[in-house]
Design a protein around this ligand. Structure first.
Ligand code: GLN
Length: 493
């Protein structure tokens, strides 16, 4: 196996055993980036100097016996909406193209303190609005399993980077599926933690009642190790939860005995590609054979998730994005303007891409006088009903199972002009953000050589239970060991 094909914990073991230094591993990682970036285009900035400096620090810590983290020295990639002090953080928007934050996000600081060298910032849909990474203002990222296809989104750059061996782990953010769906489409493990479990200080906000940061990794062990690093209370994030954090690797027992699972029929019916359904069905059967008690359940309000999300998320976005006015930071128009309002309007028209403008308008409309009650308040009420469906389901079930994405990775350009089809990519992931609960996507098979993901959802602050089920399934299967070959599909030639 090549170095870039190792999981993070395998590399960490090699580093700990003195077989390779972090500096050597990081150098190899940067060479891999140089070799495959022309095809994959996962990064918007590669931070080679920073990475090598942090790798040297990791090696120094190790030599001095100060390395306390399990992943010390393992190169990481970070989605370009987490603030990195002194380094560009763009949200892949022209409006923040030249923005250099004066501080680190808490998660970035945690990774630096644990001595994970940061090799670069990854491509994403502008302000995390999208499901294919095609909405980036800068470039289109290609899926390592088939370079003609999208990697999913909005954390598509982070997913493609890990799948292509350009980083051993990555951070993404998930507002409606943006960690889990790209993980599913790129054959990775992706976890959206419970709302409040991981600090969002320094995460540039999209929809504040839904956003969460989480890891994208090659296997469940890496995911648990990243959660050990990231989870915990942060007084700088007002929504951070002051709840004890378990040792997540303890939950990797390999057993599902005594656990009960629900399979919501609403998430396995209409709209799910039949081959994906078959794959996920087989995974559920396998878990059942392993001792998980599975039963079909009904969650009647889940069908309203998409409409509810597309009121609440744009409403919050319209408020969060009001700060980009060309006055304090970011892009400012150079066109002559009549007054300050004209300056705001010109700046925003130039700086925001079409999808972002569309959502700001939708959100502003939903919050305007006369429509606020009809749309926004109504959506909040239905959100509560959806959350109650989950509360009820978790009275009898420890976890819920579904596909992560209704389809495998689709060709670049296929859904770019079909906003409804694009939004349907998130039908299985959005309900989880509305309920605030944790969910993981793990590889569970292939359709025509493209990865399929199984989604495992759990009760709030019970990440350990979904990790336990995910690990048991992973131990019994070999999907997670497959690596992509970075080829174009046949149609391309
Ligand atoms: N695809 C969804 C959207 O466009 C979710 C994105 C996300 O989770 N950031 O809003």
């Amino acid at each position: 196996m090549k170095l870039f094909e190792l999981t993070a914990h395998e590399l960490a073991d090699n580093i700990a055993a003195g077989e390779i230094s972090s500096a050597e591993a990081t150098q190899a990682c940067l060479e891999r980036i140089e070799a495959v970036e022309p095809q994959v285009e996962a990064f918007v900035s590669v931070t080679a100097d920073v990475a090598l400096q942090q790798a040297a620090e990791a090696d120094r810590k190790r030599a001095a016996g100060e390395a306390d983290g399990a992943l010390t020295g393992v190169p990481i990639a970070i989605k370009d909406l987490m603030c990195t002090r002194g380094l560009p953080t763009t949200c892949c928007s022209k409006i923040l193209e030249n923005f250099i934050p004066p501080y680190d996000a808490t998660v970035v600081e945690q990774c630096r303190q644990a001595a994970l060298p940061m090799v670069g910032k990854t491509n994403m849909d502008e302000f995390a609005m999208g499901s294919s990474t095609e909405n980036s203002a800068f470039k289109v990222t290609h899926n390592p399993w088939d370079l003609d296809r999208v990697p999913g989104g909005s954390s598509g750059g982070s997913a493609a980077a890990v799948a292509a061996g350009e980083a051993f782990v990555a951070l993404g953010s998930d507002t409606g599926g943006s960690i889990r769906q790209p993980a599913s489409l790129c054959g990775l493990v992706g976890l959206k933690p419970t709302y409040g479990r991981v600090s969002r200080y320094g995460l540039i906000a999209y929809a504040s009642s839904l956003d969460q940061i989480g890891p994208l990794t090659k296997d469940v062990t890496d995911c648990a190790l990243m959660m050990d690093l990231l989870a915990g209370y942060d007084p700088r994030d007002a929504t951070s939860a002051d709840i004890a954090v378990p040792d997540y690797t303890q939950s990797l027992t390999g057993s599902v005995n005594g656990l009960r699972a629900g399979v919501p029929s609403q998430l396995l019916g209409e709209g799910i590609d039949p081959q994906v359904r078959e794959c996920v069905g087989a995974a559920i059967d396998q878990l059942q054979d392993m001792g998980l008690q599975c039963e079909e359940i009904q969650m009647p309000h889940i069908d309203y998730s998409l409409p509810v999300y597309y009121i609440i998320a744009p409403a919050e976005a319209s408020s969060n994005l009001a700060r980009y006015d060309g006055v304090r930071y970011g892009h400012r128009t150079t066109q002559p303007t009549d007054d300050i309002y004209d300056l705001f309007a010109q700046t925003r028209a130039e700086g925001f891409g079409p999808e972002v403008q569309l959502r700001i308008m939708l959100g502003t409309y939903a919050l305007s006088a006369g429509y606020y009650d009809a749309y926004y308040v109504k959506a909040l009420k239905v959100r509560t009903l959806i959350k109650r469906d989950f509360d009820q389901a978790f009275e009898n079930c420890d976890v819920l199972l579904s596909p992560t994405s209704p389809t495998v990775a689709f060709p670049i350009g296929e859904k770019a002009d079909d906003p409804l089809a694009m939004k349907l990519a998130d039908i299985c992931t959005i309900p989880i953000n509305l309920a605030g609960i944790p969910a993981i996507s793990i590889p569970c098979g292939f359709v025509d050589g493209l990865p399929v993901g199984l989604q495992i959802m759990g009760r709030a602050f019970e990440e350990e239970t979904i990790l336990q089920v995910a690990y048991a399934y992973e131990q019994a299967t070999a999907w997670h060991r497959q690596r992509p070959t970075l080829c174009y599909s046949a149609e391309h030639h």
